[in-house]
Ligand binder design. Structure first.
Ligand code: KG4
Ligand code: ZN
Length: 331
């Protein structure tokens, strides 16, 4: 079965073809980061319009790379939500129009399920069950995953998502958008002893997170010094203080979730999963506490079409009736 995946929930247009027999056949992606950069964040109207411009050429590129004819597609999966309404509508309308034209069923996929299952696209995928840490720009959740569609929420952020904290703190330091990679790079040059920032909810007895206080701590440091007086080395030191704090909390909660569930496999998904400091700290914890940690390929950490095609294919493998033929736009 060949499934076309369409991702357009935020600022990446992703198309992919996944074959349940042969695996990922091809994928193509366009990131709008450069377009939104000058505004310091995603501008929804611009995002929708750019998805419209990019989607069809990316689809043609994906079909060509995979050497697949449109008629060979068995089903079309698209990101149904959560995301920006206008952006989601582009993916939904493309999927439904194609479905109608080709007489193929369509399936709306939850964006987070796409992220959650993306490590299964790797060459050495984890077996079920596992604990998943989902860390993206919009969400921070710990889940117990027993199989496709069998998810139990163990804990989540009570306010900002981890990626949001990265982006907002980066903005306070005058770094570009998206801030996650920028603040991470800068932190490499920072002194870990210069700023000890708070580790919110580190010792709470549950598996929830809170990151808005950490962002406020960055704001307070910057304000106290006067933004104009924060020199480059200081910026790096603050970045280091921020990254160390957020990584400490994420790792501690992952370890606690493994302990609570008794599981030995941890899966990291979502954009923040690309973070090198987080990966290094998780790898060290895994060695010490004797669990195994799995990451998606770097290119599948952030939004992409492959994870949507894959999640759609998995859903359809379990229940072929999951796709529909009413072709009503549904986001
Ligand atoms: O999963 P994703 O592409 O989109 C959402 O579904 O939100 O995640 C985007 C988030 C952004 O907040 C971005 O700053 C963060 O992931 N991110 C990173 C890194 N790469 C992306 N954060 C920290 N370090 C990185 N290397
Ligand atoms: Zn995402």
């Amino acid at each position: 079965m060949i499934v076309l995946g369409v991702e357009s929930s935020c600022d990446e247009t992703g198309l992919a073809l996944y074959d349940t027999g042969r695996g990922l056949l091809a994928h193509a992606l366009h990131s709008q980061v450069a377009m939104h950069e000058e505004y310091g964040g995603v501008v929804p109207e611009l995002a929708s319009r750019d998805h419209i411009r990019r989607a069809i050429p990316l689809l043609q590129e994906t079909l060509k790379r995979a050497d697949v004819a449109p008629a060979d597609i068995d089903a079309i999966a698209y990101t149904q939500g959560p995301g920006l309404a206008g952006a989601l509508l582009v993916g939904s309308s493309i999927a439904c129009s194609l479905g109608l034209a080709l007489d193929k069923p369509v399936l709306g996929v939850h964006h987070l399920e796409g992220h959650l299952l993306s490590p299964l696209l790797a060459s050495d995928p984890p077996e079920f069950p596992f604990v998943a840490l989902l860390v993206s720009g919009g969400h921070t959740q710990l889940m117990r995953v027993d199989g496709v569609g069998q998810y139990e929420l163990l804990g989540e952020t009570l306010d900002d998502a981890a990626g949001e904290a990265f982006d907002k703190s980066a903005k306070l330091l005058g770094l570009g958008y998206p801030g996650g990679p920028a603040i991470s790079r800068l932190a490499e040059f920072g002194d870990p002893a210069a700023y000890k920032l708070p580790r919110p909810m580190l010792h709470s007895k549950d598996l929830n997170f809170s990151f808005s206080g950490l962002k406020t701590a960055v704001l307070t440091v910057v304000k106290n010094q006067g933004a104009a007086n924060v020199c480059e080395q200081d910026k790096a030191n603050i970045a280091r203080g921020f990254v160390d704090a957020i990584v400490d909390v994420l790792v501690a909660k992952c370890v606690a979730a493994l302990k609570q569930t008794g599981l030995k496999r941890l899966v990291i998904a979502g954009g923040v999963g690309a973070n090198s400091q987080l990966r290094a700290a998780l790898n060290a914890a895994a060695e010490k506490k004797r669990f195994r940690v799995y990451y998606p390929e770097l290119e599948f950490c952030t939004d992409n079409g492959a994870m949507i095609a894959f999640a759609g294919a998995m859903r359809l493998s379990i229940n072929p009736q999951a796709a529909r033929r009413d072709y009503a736009f549904n986001v």
